[in-house]
Design a binder for this molecule. Structure first.
Ligand code: CDP
Length: 241
């Protein structure tokens, strides 16, 4: 039986969104990129001039804003459309200023509670691929398959540089590397739902792999899970060859 709920976690720039969307497409599953939800709340905070370290005001904001993620409404290379109170913010949430402050906003406990509630509701019907930082550990601890997608920070900075260049934005790789390291640190050290691989996640190292190769690696994991006809085993396995 193909796993009905697939959780993909990993650090910034590991390729979760790209791979997750492709896995979902191939299986005909719903794809939910939870990072986009935290980014949308961050954009709302930035527009209202809220300090990203002001937990109480961010808590209030998370109660007020409506974030929706759905199928692409415009054919401009997007994998999904993100609405913030009905406004299309799909590209606005990818601006460097959001990259810079999103991890501060995402560490506020109530902001997380509000997002996790929506994420779990979407997962209820199954047949979905959800990507983020805490999907296998907190949001869907009973997911049928958990993958932790990772790569060295240098590789992730290189990919981010190429991804931005493809969208016409040029940013020095060194600057992107520093940003990724800072975000990794904030995401891993926060008190609530820190970034880490679930004990029963299968770790997929993607250094030096193309998108196609990384995708095949994930499908190999999926096929093995398929053959077992049950949830992923405990103990964490490395798949590196
Ligand atoms: O695309 P990239 O890997 O750079 O980041 P993202 O997945 O869009 O996530 C942006 C930020 O949202 C992360 O750095 C985390 O601070 C936060 N996030 C989170 O806390 N929990 C999640 N499940 C997903 C994202």
């Amino acid at each position: 039986m193909t796993p009905r709920t697939i959780a993909i976690d990993g650090p910034a720039g590991a390729g979760k969104s790209t791979i997750g969307a492709l896995v979902a497409e191939r299986l005909g599953y719903l794809f939910l990129d939870t990072g986009a939800m935290y980014r949308a709340v961050t954009l709302a905070a930035q527009r209202r001039g809220i300090d990203p370290d002001d937990g109480p005001t961010l808590t209030k904001l998370a109660r007020e804003v409506r974030v929706n993620i759905g199928p692409p409404t415009v054919r401009d290379g997007r994998a999904y459309t993100v609405l913030l109170d009905g406004e299309d913010v799909t590209w606005a949430i990818r601006e460097p200023e959001i990259d810079r402050i999103v991890s501060q906003v995402a560490r506020v406990p109530y902001v997380r509670d509000a997002m996790v509630e929506q994420q779990r509701a979407l997962a209820e019907r199954g047949r979905l691929v959800m990507v983020g930082r805490d999907i296998g550990t907190v949001v869907l601890p009973k997911a049928d398959l958990k993958v932790f997608l990772t790569a060295s920070a240098a590789e992730r900075a290189k990919r981010r540089e190429e991804e931005l260049r493809a969208r016409g934005q040029v940013r020095p790789r060194q600057e992107l590397l520093q940003e990724i390291l800072r975000r990794d640190r904030l995401d891993s050290e926060r008190a609530v739902a820190p970034l880490r691989a679930a004990d029963d996640a299968i770790i997929v190292q993607t250094d030096g792999l193309s998108v196609g190769q990384a995708l095949e690696r994930v499908f190999a994991v999926l096929t093995r899970a398929d053959a077992r006809e049950g949830p992923a085993p405990h103990g964490g396995q490395a798949s590196r060859s």
